[in-house]
Ligand binder design. Structure first.
Ligand SMILES: Nc1nc2c(ncn2[C@@H]2O[C@H](COP(=O)(O)O[C@H]3[C@@H](O)[C@H](n4cnc5c(=O)[nH]c(N)nc54)O[C@@H]3COP(=O)(O)O)[C@@H](O)[C@H]2O)c(=O)[nH]1
Length: 524
């Protein structure tokens, strides 16, 4: 860590930002892993439900087929139907085939003749004439083993019941449920009867993670729910496969952030050092009175020459200064340098020197003292001052700002809005704050002679200033055509490369003297 950085009280902020950047991939990865694990688990649970449904459909179809095949036996005596029933029941899945007469069970492939009202097995209301399918917890012969029944009854209550052993389905549910990976079950469409694996019941409906598959042929549905253990397994697996990328990304982001901040923080430290070591200078760009071609003043523009690195662009170092709380110290440094320049090279009491200040400075009571100190340093006859407020930062309409503006105006300092028209609050500024000048941004000046929208905005700004009685300075005037247009429109002042580039104070002094004694420079 350099001395400058150590001096920077906000080093902890830098490390906090580095940590935040490094933590970012983790912050994104964790919810992503959770989401993806949920999706995979749901997808698997649905797949499991579909497998069960296909198998159940096949068993139901087989039972239905057998019931249709045995239906002609209904009404026959048990002795007559006995051998057919026995033969038919010797097929996979089936437990028994029972004949029904007038809604009474009277002959079974297992027990031969017996009597049991159908209502004792299934409620009457659940067994309409025609085909129906039922899940039962047990049958009279095997009361503790669930079964599925395919029933065929005619209107008189004669028919056949084919009983499928519930174990097949239960085994299937257990096998697909994969040692507790899913809670899976099958139930009738009315939800009254159902069959689940041995470990848990049919998952309840409603929850978004519960997958439901409805048979398109038979009146049942399968519901499945991925177990928490399966979710945890997926999370672990995904986390394991993403971990190397997340760690790499975290390192990369942390490194990049560290580098960027190091550059920024070292730039902040370098600005401070530069002020101490006298690396800053001020150059002045003349402002011309378009009415008579005289030099009405100049804009003071900071220049930073870093030893070994050369000139640093002011928009770059001012952006860093503004975002790191250095704008006011840097502006004070500007005032100091301008004071020193004007003491060395007084420009005259009517010569207006424009000083760029930030909104954050105008909010501070100290601006009044800072300007007063500058004026005291240069003395009354060296120059006059215009404070140029940019729209880069919003200027809050608070009491302190009005008070500062009032005190500064009363002391003879002029106020200008810089780069007028580029911010989003230009008109609001005009309404709220008493200013003497508007500086038209060079983007609008460049549009002169074109049919770009900016050309119309320029006309509007000129009209507005005329109505409000505010003087205008056009920035970035580069051609005679722009100058002539602006002069014809009644714009009062202009600055730009047409007249001169920013220059040191001695060069300005010489430039002004030459202008006063001779003609305007020709177009470059
Ligand atoms: N708060 C402060 N801001 C400052 C200070 N010094 C400079 N700045 C801001 O930095 C930005 C870039 O400034 P700079 O590189 O100095 O450029 C100025 C002129 O050189 C340039 N200019 C002038 N005439 C022309 C022209 O005809 N064509 C053209 N392409 N460029 C021209 O414009 C810049 C002046 O702009 P403005 O301030 O809007 O009048 C700039 O935003 C400065 O404000 C400082 O001390 N304090």
């Amino acid at each position: 860590m350099t001395t400058g950085e150590r001096q920077d009280k906000r080093w902890w902020l830098r490390w906090l930002l580095v940590a935040a950047a490094a933590a970012l991939p983790l912050a994104v990865a964790v919810p992503f892993v959770y989401m993806q694990a949920g999706l995979l688990a749901r997808h698997d649970a649905r797949g499991a439900a579909e497998v069960v449904m296909r198998q159940a459909d096949a068993i139901f179809a087989e039972a239905d087929r057998l019931a249709a095949e045995m239906a002609p036996q209904a009404g026959k005596s048990c002795a007559e139907a006995d051998s057919t029933l026995h033969d038919a029941a010797f097929q996979p899945y089936f437990r028994a085939i029972v004949l029904v007469r007038h809604r009474v069970l009277y002959c079974s492939s297992i027990t031969d003749a017996f009597t049991l009202p159908l209502a004792q097995l299934l409620p009457d209301s659940a067994v309409p004439p025609g085909r129906s399918f039922h899940f039962v917890p047990g049958t009279p012969m095997v009361p503790d083993r669930p079964a599925v029944m395919a029933v065929r009854l005619d209107a008189a209550g004669d028919g056949v019941i084919v009983t499928v052993d519930g174990r097949y389905l239960r085994d299937l549910l257990d096998a697909v449920g994969g040692s507790g990976r899913y809670r899976i079950g099958i139930e009738s469409l009315d939800g009254r009867q159902g069959l689940a694996g041995r470990r848990a019941g049919v998952p309840p409906p409603g929850a978004s993670s519960v997958q439901e598959v409805v048979s398109t042929i038979y009146p049942f549905r399968v519901r499945s729910l991925a177990d928490a253990a399966l979710l945890a397994e997926y999370r672990k697996r995904l986390a394991g496969s993403y971990a190397p990328f997340v760690v790499l990304l975290a390192l990369l982001l942390g490194y990049l952030c560290h580098h960027f901040l190091k550059y920024r923080f070292s730039l902040v430290a370098a600005i401070r050092r530069g002020m101490r070591r006298g690396e800053f200078e001020v150059h002045y760009q003349p402002v011309i009175d378009l009415r008579d071609g005289s030099c009405a003043g100049a804009e003071a523009l900071m220049r930073w020459f870093r030893p070994g690195l050369g000139a640093v662009r002011p928009d770059l170092f001012f952006a860093v200064a503004e975002s790191s709380g250095l704008a006011i110290p840097l502006t004070r440094h500007l005032f100091k340098l301008v004071g020193r320049d004007l003491r060395r090279c007084p420009m005259g009491p009517l010569f207006r020197v424009g000083l760029n200040i930030t909104a954050s400075h105008l909010v501070e009571l100290s601006i009044v003292d800072d300007v007063a100190r500058l004026r005291k340093v240069v003395g009354s006859g060296a120059a006059d001052f215009v404070l140029e407020i940019t729209e880069r930062e919003p200027l809050p309409p608070i009491e302190q700002v009005y008070r500062n503006m009032g005190v500064l105006s009363a002391s003879g300092v002029k106020l200008a809005i810089d780069d007028f028209g580029t911010g989003h609050s230009s008109l609001a500024y005009l309404e709220r704050f008493p200013v003497d000048y508007l500086k038209i941004d060079r983007g609008f000046v460049a549009a002169i002679g074109t049919d770009a929208v900016n050309a119309s905005v320029l006309e509007m700004i000129i009209g507005l200033a005329a109505r409000l009685g505010v003087e205008l300075t056009a920035e970035g005037v580069e051609t005679h055509g722009q100058r002539d247009y602006l002069a014809a429109q009644g714009v009062h002042y202009a600055q730009g490369f047409l007249y001169a580039r920013p220059m040191p104070i001695e060069a300005l002094r010489a430039w002004v003297d030459e202008l006063r004694g001779g003609p305007m420079p020709a177009e470059p």
